[in-house]
Design a protein around this ligand. Structure first.
Ligand code: PMP
Length: 429
């Protein structure tokens, strides 16, 4: 469809101010005004089913979170140098969700700040600087974190202290044990750092490997790699910015799927359901080695409004049974997508956990040749049909399915039907 004149003008206005690198989704960008639950509404009042946004994870404009923010911002909001009960109540609630040995918290405003601090803690705790990440990882936007985010680097060589390894890919390299193979790759990267005179400090991974294309199976596969990390004097940093807060449908944290307790955990995105918050949860002895060397202060991290939002998010996850819902509806959705995969040869793989699902499109099921163009066309077709979804992975051939956790079976049916029809249309063109 030709882009409506008012949308074209809005796009031009955006580009004029923010420049040509402005990222706008879709051939015809969406001009949106409000949202609730799993629905986003555009300026004309049309509703779109949201399978992309894992920030408003308990649902867009959730009344409980909105009310908690409204009340707290009207009562008190201030920097972090006073005792304010809601802040300590939140910290207690959050730390109680972690294994016992993870017993300290630093609150930040973004996931990037959390990862930046995690790197500094790891480096202070180990005396090393070497970091191992996965090949298409994204961990944030500060200078230090961009160095460990290969997906941001537009082909620039990695910094000398960084090694980017292939992800634990269960689709393209399915032979043998995923965990043993990943452990060997991580160990080799750590050895390579050491051989180049760089002391190994940490393995930093997103525990569901979102940007790499979504890898969740088999549960426990991370354990062997973490053993290798610790045997080499390094620490394990679990980036929970994407999988955290219940999305994987079992417990709050992605690392729990692997039966491990990280040394450092970073959080962000869904933590305040859209109110900016992030954090680092860490073992006290590691944090102490960092604070012995360096002061850390964050004006807005853990402010009272953020704490109120964070508490409302934890309450909502518990009271609405959102973790169980993510598990049940996620399994239902994966079954449905596999079922239409019987008719559509372009569906090469459906994988994930809970409401974090990757649907990988291929040009050929035998060779598994990725089909990024088809993924792009499918995403735009779905948008025309009122369904919003994005892509991930090294080729951009994997649909990244990540709806709010209140997603229902009826919502899943709508998405599956839209995929089925859109793929049929695309196969006919
Ligand atoms: N880690 C991961 C895995 C992320 O996906 C992101 C954001 N896309 C970040 C960290 C950075 O978080 P923020 O954008 O809040 O700084």
């Amino acid at each position: 469809s030709a882009m409506a004149g008012d949308v074209r003008e809005a796009v031009q206005r955006r580009l004029r101010m923010f420049g040509p690198d402005t990222v706008l989704f879709y051939d015809e960008p969406l001009r949106i005004e409000r949202a609730e639950g799993v629905w986003i509404h555009d300026a004309s009042g049309r509703a779109y089913l949201d399978l992309y946004n894992n920030v408003p994870s308990v649902g867009h404009a959730h009344p409980r979170v909105v009310e908690a923010i409204r009340q707290q911002v009207g009562r008190l909001n201030i920097h972090t140098r006073y005792l304010v009960d809601v802040v300590d109540a939140y910290a207690e609630r959050l730390l109680a969700t972690y294994p016992d040995e993870i017993d300290r918290l630093v609150l930040t405003c973004t996931g990037s700040e959390a990862n930046d601090l995690a790197l500094r803690i790891a480096q202070a705790a180990t005396g090393g600087t070497g970091i191992v990440v996965t090949r298409t990882a994204y961990h944030g936007n500060t200078a230090a974190v961009t160095e460990v985010s290969p997906s941001s680097r537009r082909g620039h060589a990695l910094a000398p202290h960084v090694r980017a390894v292939p992800p634990p890919d269960s689709f393209r390299a399915p032979d043998g044990d995923v965990g043993e193979r990943f452990a060997a790759i991580v160990a080799a990267a750590a050895s390579d750092l050491e051989q180049n005179g760089i002391r190994f400090a940490a393995l930093l991974v997103d525990t569901v490997f979102s940007s790499d294309g979504v890898y969740a199976d088999p549960p426990g596969f991370l354990r062997a790699a973490i053993d290798q990390v610790r045997a080499r004097g390094g620490v394990f940093i679990a980036d929970e910015v994407q999988p955290g807060f219940g999305r994987l449908g079992e417990g709050l944290w992605g690392f729990a799927r692997h039966g491990v307790a990280p040394d450092i955990v970073t959080m962000g995105k869904p933590m305040g359901n859209g109110f900016p918050m992030g954090g680092v949860a860490v073992r006290a002895p590691l944090l102490e080695r960092f604070t012995a060397q360096m002061r850390y202060f964050n004006t807005f991290g853990g402010n009272p409004v953020a704490a109120a939002a964070g508490l409302a998010v934890l309450d909502t996850i518990r009271e609405e049974g959102l973790i169980a819902n993510a598990g049940a509806v996620g399994a239902y959705l994966m079954d449905g997508l596999r079922e239409i995969g019987n008719r559509h040869m372009a569906i090469g793989d459906v994988r994930g956990a809970g409401l974090f699902i990757g649907l990988e499109l291929v040009a050929d099921r035998e060779t598994k040749e990725p089909a990024p163009d088809l993924a792009g066309r499918l995403i735009n077709r779905l948008r025309e049909r009122g369904v919003l979804v994005g892509a991930a992975g090294p080729y951009g051939s994997t649909l990244k399915i990540r709806p709010p956790l209140c997603f229902s079976r009826a919502n899943a049916d709508l998405f599956i039907g839209a995929c089925d029809e859109a793929l049929r249309e695309l196969a006919a063109t």
